[in-house]
Each structure stands twice: as C-alpha cells, then as structure tokens.
Design a protein around this ligand. Structure first.
Ligand code: CU
Length: 148
C-alpha cells in the first residue's frame, strides 16, 4: 500500500517537473527580449462614437520616420469584422500642431487593413487618428504613440 502511494506521488512530481522545464525556456526568452528594447505592442481602443473597436499593431518597433501598422476593425455591437471600410488617416503631433501625410490604406480582408507610410518624423508624442466609414457605421479611433 505505502509503496504504491509513493510511486504515484513520484509520477505526479515527475510530470510537474517536465511541465516546468518545458515552460521555462519560453519564459526566459520572453523576459530577455523585453529587456533588450521596446516591444511591439498591440493596442485596442473604442471609437469616439462607440460604434467600432479598433486594434492596431505596429509592424515593427515604432521609430522616427516611416512606420506601418496592421489595423483590425470590428463592429462593437456584434464583434463582426468590418470590411470595405473607407479609412482616412491623420497623423499629427498635438503639442506642435503639425501633421504628416502620405499614409496608404490597403484592405487585407477579415476586418484587417495594412496602414503604410505613417510618418512620425520627430521624437515626442504622436496621435494616429483613423476616421472610418463603412455603410451605416462610422467612427473615429485615436491611438497615441510616444516616439523616443
Ligand atoms: Cu513636432
């Protein structure tokens, strides 16, 4: 009886050890990459009118100069992806009231849009504003980005 019980305990302990050793390399890798520099951060915001949810992921670590984003649009009420939207992009620096232009929007399907040539030309706090119209839905999503 005692022998069987301790054998089971060893098996359970062995399984826990295997699980821990599998999890450990991933955890270490994650920690070291975030210490090396800024990470790519996905941000989700609600539109000002409450109609849309916008999720933006930079396609590389944000830096001065040209940046690109993947923008995901969904209907806030239903969660359905929003395709066929007309998107007007405004990139500006509120503290200095200057704008940049030349952004390009490419629909990728499934509610995703590739936003290219977002010009963040100097260090400081920038806003990227998407004015979105799709059928009866329209909304404005604003993302704030500090550029080092
Ligand atoms: Cu400026």
């Amino acid at each position: 009886m005692i022998f069987r019980r301790s054998t089971r305990a060893n098996v359970v302990r062995g399984a826990a050890y295997v699980a821990l050793s599998l999890a450990l390399p991933a955890a270490v890798g994650c920690g070291s990459s975030s210490e090396e520099g800024p990470a790519i951060e996905t941000v989700t915001v609600s539109g000002a009118l409450g109609a849309l949810t916008c999720t933006a992921t930079p396609e590389a670590v944000l830096a001065q100069g040209m940046n690109a984003f993947s923008l995901l649009l969904s209907d806030k009420a239903t969660g359905a992806p929003v395709d066929g939207a007309s998107i007007e992009v405004t990139t500006w620096m509120p503290s200095m009231s200057h704008y940049t232009e030349g952004e390009q929007v490419m629909p990728m399907g499934e509610g995703a849009y590739h936003i290219e040539s977002v010009s963040l030309v100097m260090a400081g706090d920038w806003e990227v504003v998407y004015a979105i119209t799709s059928g009866s839905l329209n909304d404005t999503c604003t993302f704030e980005y500090p550029i080092p």
